[in-house]
Ligand binder design. Structure first.
Ligand code: IDP
Length: 161
């Protein structure tokens, strides 16, 4: 049997506006499963301003930075580690463009098109590259054992071949 395509991990956030709406948040979990992602870890968090400024530090100085930090500290939100082959690009494709009005034109069935409210309150985050995913997973899940996860992937492939 050919080896399975290698699984990849990404960090996803379901931002506070959506987390506050349990019905919509549950629908989003349905989208995640229907699109063959496995939820490896999941936690619900409430950020301080310092936490938000640390995670979004690269945007400091931009016109939307204060608004973004205010939004991300406005309530609880979900952080998830998602697993799937091509998880990083597949999750970014599923959530769609950063700006919901643009998503509604160019990716009308994306999650930001369906659930996003404004350019800032766009309801989702997804890592944009392998190194960023690792860094962001460490940020939210410092206890996550990457080595063990990689070992399990290798073991799974060996058992199947
Ligand atoms: P991404 O979340 O699609 O990767 P980034 O450029 O990394 O987009 O921006 C981080 C977050 O900052 C966005 O998800 C959104 O909440 C907010 N943001 C980005 N661009 C704008 C903007 O032009 N106006 C208002 N908020 C923005």
């Amino acid at each position: 049997m050919p080896p399975r395509p290698l699984a990849q991990l990404t960090l996803a956030l379901i931002k506070p506006d959506l987390t506050a709406n349990r019905l919509k948040a549950n629908r989003v979990l349905g989208h995640i499963q229907q699109n063959d992602f496995t939820i490896v870890e999941r936690k619900t968090l409430l950020w301080s301003k310092t936490d938000a400024e640390a995670f979004y530090g690269e945007h400091r100085g931009k016109f939307f930075f204060e608004r973004l930090c205010g939004y991300m500290t406005s309530g609880h939100f979900h952080a998830l580690i998602l697993e799937k082959p091509n998880a990083i690009s597949d999750w970014r494709a599923l959530i769609g463009p950063t700006h919901p009005p643009r998503a509604r034109i160019h990716a009308s069935d994306s999650l930001r098109s369906l659930y996003g409210m404004t350019d800032t309150r766009n309801s989702f985050h997804g890592s944009d590259a392998v190194e960023t995913a690792k860094k962001e997973i460490r940020f939210f899940f410092p206890e996550f054992d990457f080595e063990r996860w990689e070992q399990e992937q290798r073991k799974g492939n060996t058992l199947e071949s």
